[in-house]
Design a protein around this ligand. Structure first.
Ligand code: GDP
Length: 394
């Protein structure tokens, strides 16, 4: 192990020097502010003392880099760059020969993928030399299901925006991160419940996520708090229980409900409800991994012409499955997400991943089986706290 001490102006300067001297695998062992005496012992200035270390073999990497032989980041599936032969070319993104446009789309896609891989690895290495509390919070974000690439991006944004990041303890860093996420949401994805001028709203999503229950909660809220005349339509006729469930809620709330089997019937049902200010439509919960069902759903939505369509997803679904489900819904005009069953999980990162990846705002969060109470319009701060993993706020 090689250990080096640096006295610098600030952490960015330290990071640059450490990377130059010790390479990208170096870790910071400690950092503290020190007073340096100025001229004749006067005008002392505050500086930063940083101690960093790396395994013995790492300087070779730095050496090679100086010789210009080592790529900045070596993709994990590549061979040592000093080996001759064709394999070595894999370290570099191939340039097409002038005037040759073969397979351009596939080629571009491949190059973009390679670049993304290199970038991801670079980001990962950069944040690995960060102080321990920051690394811990980065791991917590990932454990909370925030995708690794978003976690890296958040941490690096934090480092960029705060010069004194190394002086923060874990709790201070967590608070700043919560503020950053909250600000991001505030700027681009402000949570938005149903718009007051939306008259027809469709709810789509896989079976069992809580669509029907959520519709009942929204109906009650709009009826009781906003005094709107609400009507319900259900096309979820594959499950007898779903129809009965919605009818029961409609009875309790004393609002009309129509059951429809075809796209023509939905048009008629909407016509019948022309005295209603708000019509909430429950669609069939099917396996939307199957694109045939997505196509049926699209036909149904074309006939219903909703002002808004909400995709309802349960946070108890595995993060990777959620991404697939949402990708399958890409051909459907989704306006907003609703996440259900917050009370049944402790990982909330998917809220961040999906709203950011698909650039859709969040309409509601649901937190239990009770109609109408267990639903809320989440504030940016609430979402940020959930994402950062401050469980006391659930
Ligand atoms: P649908 O098939 O999507 O219409 O789902 P349902 O509305 O029938 O709900 C399926 C189950 O999830 C029911 O037992 C609901 O009570 C339950 N459920 C709905 N929302 C929530 C929630 O926010 N938290 C919990 N724990 N259960 C919920």
């Amino acid at each position: 192990m090689i250990v080096k001490r640096y006295v610098v102006k600030d952490m960015p300067e330290a990071l640059t020097k450490i990377r130059q001297d010790l390479g990208h695998d170096a870790v910071i062992l400690s950092s503290k502010k020190i007073k340096q005496r100025g001229l004749f012992g006067l005008f002392s200035v505050t500086q930063l003392e940083v101690v960093a270390a790396v395994n013995d073999k790492e300087p070779q990497i730095a050496e090679k880099k100086k010789e210009g032989k080592q790529p900045l980041v070596q993709p994990s599936n590549t061979v040592n760059s000093s080996e001759p032969g064709p394999q070595n070319e894999r370290n570099h993104i191939k340039q097409p020969e002038p005037g040759v446009h073969q397979n351009s789309d596939a080629q571009v896609l491949k190059e973009v993928q390679e670049l993304r891989g290199i970038l991801a690895k670079f980001l990962h290495q950069s944040s690995e030399i960060l102080p321990a509390p920051i690394q811990k919070i980065r791991s917590e974000l990932v454990a909370n299901d925030v995708s690794p690439e978003f976690a890296e991006r958040l941490i690096l944004n934090m480092v960029k925006e705060n010069e004194e990041i190394h002086l923060l303890n874990e709790q201070e860093f967590r608070h700043l991160l919560t503020d950053l996420i909250s600000k991001e949401i505030n700027d681009i994805l402000l949570p938005s419940p149903l718009a007051s001028d939306s008259r027809i709203v469709a709810f789509v999503g896989p079976t069992g996520v809580g669509k029907t229950t959520t519709i009942a909660k929204v109906a009650a809220e709009e009826l009781l708090k906003n005094r709107r005349r609400v009507g319900l339509i259900t096309a979820d006729t594959y499950r007898i229980a779903a129809v009965e469930q919605l009818k029961t809620y409609a009875n309790i709330l004393q609002i009309p409900v129509e059951v429809v089997f075809t796209t023509e019937e939905v048009e008629q049902a909407i016509e019948k409800m022309k005295d209603r200010d708000l019509i909430l439509i429950d669609t069939a919960g099917r396996n939307y991994g199957d694109l045939v069902f997505v196509e049926h759903l699209n036909q149904f939505l074309q006939a219903s012409r909703p002002d808004e369509t909400c995709l309802v997803l349960s946070l108890t679904t595995k993060s990777t499955d959620l991404e697939h489900i949402v990708a399958n819904f890409e051909g459907v005009a989704i306006d907003k997400f609703i996440f259900t069953k917050l009370d049944e999980t402790t990982s909330y990162g998917a809220i961040y991943n999906l709203t950011h990846r698909f650039k859709k705002p969040l309409a509601y969060l649901t937190t239990g089986q009770n109609v109408p109470d267990d639903i809320e319009v989440a504030t940016p701060e609430r979402i940020a706290r959930l994402v950062v993993g401050e469980k006391q706020y659930v």
